[in-house]
Write a protein that binds this ligand. Structure first.
Ligand code: COA
Length: 191
């Protein structure tokens, strides 16, 4: 299993997954899946280009309550074993590891149900961590719901620890969530 920069070659498995009602977005769910299907149909290369956005050219992000907020630089990689398995995304604020309050974490991931339980999310997070060492961040933060034990296992297996419990912004519907932290050592950026 590897992480790939999404290209046309990988697109059909992704379209199949989101056409079945699955979504890579743990927060906006079906809204994002429908939006991606529409954008792929209209301009597939522009859609793919938008998944790799280290200069935050994509315009503001829409939060679950419809409000818009600053987009941070970021990129998406697809989890790939010869077929599309899931997505892992990373965003960061240049100059430090702190995130603005509207950004719940540096990293998000989701694996399609038919590829879960194979260690893919654990390995995907480990691979991503090796790719971001050159950015100079002291740590990354990830948030999970208290009930999401699988996600917590993924983080703990990659050296994460529970940093705090906090209440999400009203724009995310409030509710208690967990912030995990993974300390980073400076590592060279892998291609
Ligand atoms: C969380 C998620 C990405 C895990 O993907 P995955 O590829 O199945 O994860 P892994 O195979 O690497 O398994 C990770 C660990 O979770 C454990 N696990 C899986 N399902 C579990 C469950 N329901 N309860 C407790 N632990 C569970 C696995 O046993 C494994 O632990 P182990 O290594 O000690 O055996 C996947 O369940 C998913 O996409 N969920 C929906 C989206 C989501 O919640 N994303 C994270 C948001 S923070």
């Amino acid at each position: 299993m590897i992480l790939v920069k999404p290209t046309r070659e990988h697109m059909s498995g992704y379209v199949e997954a989101i056409s079945k009602g699955w979504s890579p977005d743990n927060v906006r769910g079906a809204v994002t899946a429908r939006d991606h299907l529409r954008r792929i149909a209209v301009a597939p290369d522009a859609f793919l280009g938008g998944l790799d956005d280290p200069e935050a050219r994509g315009g503001p992000v829409t939060l679950p309550d419809g409000t818009q907020a600053e987009r941070l630089p970021g990129f998406v990689r697809w989890i790939w074993d010869g077929d599309y398995c899931g997505s892992i995304s990373f965003r960061w604020k240049p100059g430090g590891a702190e995130l603005p309050p509207h950004v719940l974490g540096h990293i998000g991931y989701a694996v399609v149900p038919w590829k879960q339980g194979r260690g893919y999310a654990t390995r995907a997070l480990g691979l991503l961590l090796t790719q971001i060492g050159g950015l100079g961040l002291s740590h990354v933060d990830l948030t999970t719901d208290p009930a999401n034990l699988a996600s917590q296992e993924v983080i703990l297996a990659n050296g994460g620890y529970l940093a705090e419990r906090f209440t999400k912004l009203a724009a995310y519907g409030g509710g208690e969530t967990l912030r995990f932290r993974i300390a980073l050592e400076p590592r060279p950026i892998c291609p």
